[in-house]
Design a protein around this ligand. Structure first.
Ligand SMILES: [Zn+2]
Length: 103
């Protein structure tokens, strides 16, 4: 099983990351719609109740939540309804119930 790692784009951008880059990373590391797949399509992280965010999404989420108003409506409009709910809501769509196949 592969271990999900931080997206290299996040590491290279560092503190100078833009809201456009954050929104793109969020869109690529969160499911566009329900039902959500079992894994992050970009890094392969297995989503579940205890780890509903992959490493990249876990770093991006608090930054993008704080900065989404400076991003401009056109940037946020690129996110799907599910990605926007996961960004701003309390319950993540990826908090899947425990599965026996990924112990
Ligand atoms: Zn991911």
């Amino acid at each position: 099983m592969t271990v999900a790692r931080l997206d290299p784009r996040l590491i290279h951008a560092g503190m100078s990351i833009t809201t456009v880059q954050l929104a793109r990373l969020w869109a690529e590391h969160t499911p566009p719609a329900k039902p959500v797949p079992l894994r992050c399509p970009t890094c392969g992280h297995a989503w579940d109740e205890t780890a509903p965010l992959c490493p990249t999404a876990a770093v991006v989420r608090p930054l993008l939540r704080k900065r989404r108003h400076e991003a401009g409506a056109h940037v946020i409009a690129r996110l799907t309804d599910n990605q926007l709910d996961d960004l701003t809501g309390k319950k993540l769509s990826t908090a899947l119930p425990p599965r026996k196949d990924f112990a």
